[in-house]
Ligand binder design. Structure first.
Ligand SMILES: Cc1cc2nc3c(=O)[nH]c(=O)nc-3n(C[C@H](O)[C@H](O)[C@H](O)COP(=O)(O)OP(=O)(O)OC[C@H]3O[C@@H](n4cnc5c(N)ncnc54)[C@H](O)[C@@H]3O)c2cc1C
Length: 344
């Protein structure tokens, strides 16, 4: 069934917690309904912009009114579409809550998603954003992304390769932005899990919890680490990491290292390294500082938070100030990971 509302408050539907109202909010449950809605976006609703939201956990609304139509998928369910001795392939509706899916796969004994436990959001966006944590990116699990073409309403299935995945990147975020709506995602999971425990404090946390290594214990360890480090959006509005970690040339990193001998970095390739943006923000003195009602989180400098009553403009002003400091201090541009939503 299609549920359509006008003047609809989105404050509870996104994790930054700003007061935002949409001219129109429409939720659908099937691919056929989505096709009908895409046709209406080109006819009776064509005078205003639209965008598709998931769980609202990587969005920053630039203003308190979205003057257009917001679509949301309530396509639920999952289906086992292939199986062999070592793997299963699961086709999942875009509106399924990501962490519910992770919990389900862990309960079935299928490995692959456990390190991605507790990432907020929904299945559709997982394939757009290429979510990642603790040494795993969802691109490592995705077989196919099922979509509807916004212009023609026709189905198109993207192979993993066609999605052009890279760090927090897919083709749906750049050249095909707004051109396809994800309806389902097919993931491949392992019947004999291959654990990745060398990231963050997973191994240490497992030891604290008794040392057993299983899908359930790794999921519990990841959840415990995340809960201790990241602000809970229900208590402090945020959208997770606000900035992406920049990839810079090795020569630039070496130049920075002359002034900051303890600079952390990760290898990318022979010529490039990745520097944690949070470390640079902290070096610039921003950790825990606020500008108006927006602040840099006091435990994790990569996260910008809404102290209560912040507007999208407040967060953007803080983001600009932080980016300026990092550029001045290190000569490095950092870019928001968060999707800024505007109807202008
Ligand atoms: C506390 C916290 C911790 C986080 N930790 C992590 C982390 O560890 N790793 C990580 O990668 N991310 C993390 N994030 C960011 C966020 O959880 C992910 O980006 C997530 O995938 C967003 O999903 P969503 O459903 O909320 O999408 P939204 O934020 O609603 O949308 C994100 C983008 O996807 C598009 N989109 C949504 N659904 C569809 C669809 N069906 N078809 C086409 N486009 C669509 C939207 O238009 C938008 O461009 C965190 C966020 C928070 C608040």
């Amino acid at each position: 069934m299609i549920h359509a509302y006008t003047d609809y408050p989105l404050s509870q539907l996104h994790t930054f917690g700003m007061e935002v109202c949409a001219d129109r909010y429409v939720e659908y449950e099937t691919v056929g309904e989505l096709r009908l809605l895409l046709a209406r976006l080109k006819s009776e609703w064509a005078d205003k912009p639209w965008f598709h939201m998931g769980g609202g956990s990587n969005l920053l609304f630039a203003s308190s009114r979205y003057e257009g139509t917001v679509l949301h998928s309530a396509i639920k369910g999952h289906e086992l579409v292939a199986e062999d001795e070592a793997t299963v392939c699961l086709r999942v509706g875009a509106g399924v809550v990501w962490d519910d899916l992770v919990g389900y796969t862990v309960s079935k004994g299928w490995g692959g998603m456990e390190n991605l436990s507790l990432i907020p959001g929904e299945v559709g966006a997982s394939a757009v954003q290429n979510i990642g944590a603790y040494g795993v990116e969802v691109k490592d699990l995705i077989v196919a992304v099922h979509t509807l073409d916004v212009d023609s309403g026709k189905e198109r299935v993207f192979t993993n390769e066609a999605c052009e995945y890279a760090y927090r990147h897919s083709i749906f975020k750049t050249e095909l932005k707004g051109r396809y709506v994800v309806t389902h995602v097919t993931y491949r999971l392992q019947k004999s899990p291959c654990f990745k425990l060398e990231y963050g404090n997973i191994r240490a946390q497992l030891e604290l919890m008794g040392g057993e290594v299983s899908l359930e214990s790794v999921r519990s360890a990841v959840i415990a680490i995340r809960e201790s480090k990241l602000p809970d959006p229900k208590k402090l509005g945020n959208a997770g990491s606000f900035f992406m970690n920049p990839v810079v040339s090795r020569s630039l990193m070496e130049a920075i290292r002359l002034r900051f001998p303890d600079i952390p970095y990760y290898e990318v390739d022979a010529d490039n390294v990745k520097i944690p943006a949070g470390w640079m923000i902290e070096q610039c003195g921003w950790k825990g500082r606020s500008l108006g009602r927006a602040a840099v989180h006091d435990k994790q400098a990569l996260v910008l938070v809404n102290l209560g009553g912040a507007s999208g403009a407040d967060v953007m002003a803080l983001s600009d100030a932080v980016r300026h400091s990092v550029k001045e201090t290190f000569g490095v541009e950092i870019y928001p990971e968060v999707n800024v939503v505007t109807s202008k």
